[in-house]
Design a binder for this molecule. Structure first.
Ligand code: FAD
Ligand code: AMP
Length: 475
């Protein structure tokens, strides 16, 4: 007799494992299938985020920033050091050990919640049956009352620069380099390209980032990106906009990269080329054709606002469906799907999803940019505060950047908060919470913020919306 479950989740990334845990919290009998294989051949739960994305990139961003600051900032603090040397092997060992601890932690969480963690491939068949192929090749048909598809995404490969995973690499390869490339090329100045470029630039690579679009980080507020672009330039990152990569050829000395810009065809030679031009939903062999799951023209599984596919009791969540490809967005969809399966009311507020870029300075935002508000024709007010006027930022020697707040002219409701500066990724949480409660800037103005703290920049920016900033001259 085949095994049956109340809920079967395919994919144990941040969308899938969270959905599985929440479903188990309702007392459901849950299985979570995952096939992830690390470069050492070992299987691990946690998906892209834990194995090849959020966690390893943040580990290396932290290490490389410490290395950079030790070299460039310690003198200012009156700290004398001997020769600063890089021990990349130890840095990479630390990164791998963090990943191991966290992926092991997911296996532990599944067990603690009595979830059957199944290592292997899951494929949805008609009538909500799942074909599970274990890593040893055994095939089993599992019955599921409810199915949650959470297969994630994979790097987009462009035919002009196919991955050989040695010279032309993806973001995962670039997190596992065992030496610092002298010259590193990156195709794409998106979030991943900038984070990878920052890591290796801080560790000594000469980094060139080629971006086809003329606007830098078009999705962020342009007052913020202007400051970030300036800082990246000062750090030595060579970001070339309007540079459309048309060819990449592995040569004796590295990779010959050709790109077109306003002046014609250009070329550069690099030792390694990271192609970071986005990710595509990973739905390869995920369901049989007779199931009826529908994909849109870009390959995303079509779902409604509640992540329901067109098949009864089949949900899809995370990177494989519309919306930003972010771990926390997938996790919230996982919670929603499990809540709905348990008969609870649930929703995801897609208007209030924070975005963070973990460069130095960090960039973080939530809600609408000024350009978006302007395009809506909605009357609005803007306030801002520079970190140069923050005592805490000064003490940290990290004064570059600002906080900017946009609110409605009608009722002062906060429409967007944009930060470039130290700990922007942490600071944005206050703005997310405020917006979730439909707060006005006056609510933040009347909220006591500790002194001296970076969060005071949010307080002062709120005050500045009404020309009431206290620690910086108003407009
Ligand atoms: P995934 O994490 O991709 O997990 C899907 C899992 O499903 C995988 O383990 C896969 O092997 C498995 N799977 C797929 N198909 C099957 C099948 N048929 N059978 C069995 N198993 C299957 N996001 C952030 O929010 N913050 C960050 O700082 C951040 N940094 C990033 C840095 C990098 C370098 C990269 C590449 C991504 C980063 N992301 C970040 C994005 C984040 O990793 C993704 O948004 C997130 O992992 C998506 O979660 P998911 O659960 O949908 O999919
Ligand atoms: P993201 O989708 O945020 O990961 O960013 C990927 C970036 O890669 C986008 O800004 C694209 O404009 C950029 N891009 C895509 N194809 C090319 C190309 N051939 N040359 C240069 N940049 C590219």
């Amino acid at each position: 007799m085949s095994r049956s479950f109340d809920v079967v989740v395919i994919g144990a990334g941040p969308a899938g494992y969270i959905a599985a845990i929440r479903a188990a919290q309702y007392g459901k009998k849950v299985a979570c299938i995952d096939e992830w294989k690390n470069r050492d051949g070992g299987n691990a739960f946690g998906g892209t985020c834990l194995n090849a994305g959020c966690i390893p990139s943040k580990a290396l961003l932290e290490s490389s920033e410490l290395f950079y600051r030790t070299k460039h900032e310690f003198k200012k603090h009156g700290i004398k050091t001997g020769k600063i040397e890089l021990d990349l092997a130890t840095m990479q060992k630390r990164r791998a050990s963090i990943v191991r601890q966290f992926t092991g932690g997911i296996a532990g969480l599944l067990k603690a919640n009595k979830i059957e963690g199944l290592v292997g491939h899951g494929r949805l068949l008609a009538k909500n049956n799942i074909e599970f192929t274990s890593i040893s090749g055994d095939v089993e048909i599992i019955e599921a009352m409810n199915v949650i598809l959470a297969p994630g995404s994979t790097p987009i490969e462009i035919p002009i620069a196919n991955f050989d995973h040695k010279n032309i690499v993806d973001s995962w390869d670039a997190l596992e380099f065992d030496h610092v490339p002298e010259r590193l090329g990156v195709v794409g100045a998106g979030v991943i390209g900038l984070e990878i470029g920052s890591i290796w630039s801080r560790l000594g690579s000469e980094v060139t980032i080629l971006e086809a679009m003329d606007d830098f980080l078009f999705m962020a507020d342009q007052d913020i990106t202007r400051i970030a672009a300036n800082d990246f330039k000062k750090q030595g990152l060579d970001i070339r906009l309007g540079a459309n990569v048309t060819e990449a050829e592995v040569s004796k000395n590295g990779v010959e990269v050709s790109y077109g810009d306003k002046d014609g065809i250009q070329s550069i030679e690099v030792d390694k080329l990271v192609v970071a031009v986005g990710r595509r939903p990973y739905t390869d062999n995920l369901f049989s054709n007779d199931v009826g799951i529908q994909l849109d023209e870009r390959g995303f599984i079509i779902v409604d606002d509640e992540c329901r596919t067109c098949i009864k009791n089949v949900y899809a969540i995370g990177d494989c469906v519309r919306g930003p490809m972010l771990a926390h967005k997938g996790s919230e969809e996982g919670v929603m799907a499990a809540d709905l399966i348990a008969g609870q009311a649930a929703e995801v507020n897609y208007d209030i999803i924070p975005s963070v870029i973990y460069t130095s300075p960090e960039i973080a935002w939530v809600g609408k940019t000024e350009a978006e508000v302007k395009a809506l024709g909605q009357p609005y007010k803007v306030g801002s505060f520079p970190f140069a006027a923050s005592g805490r930022a000064k003490a940290m020697e990290q004064t570059s950047g600002m906080t900017k707040i946009i609110s409605s002219k009608y009722d002062d409701e906060i429409l967007g908060v944009h930060i470039v500066g130290p700990m922007a990724g942490e600071l944005i949480a206050e703005a997310v919470l405020a917006m979730e409660f439909s707060a006005s800037t006056e609510d933040i103005q009347r909220t006591i913020h500790a002194h001296p703290s970076l969060a005071e920049a949010i307080h002062e920016a709120s005050l500045s919306v009404d020309n009431r900033a206290l620690n910086f001259p108003n407009k």
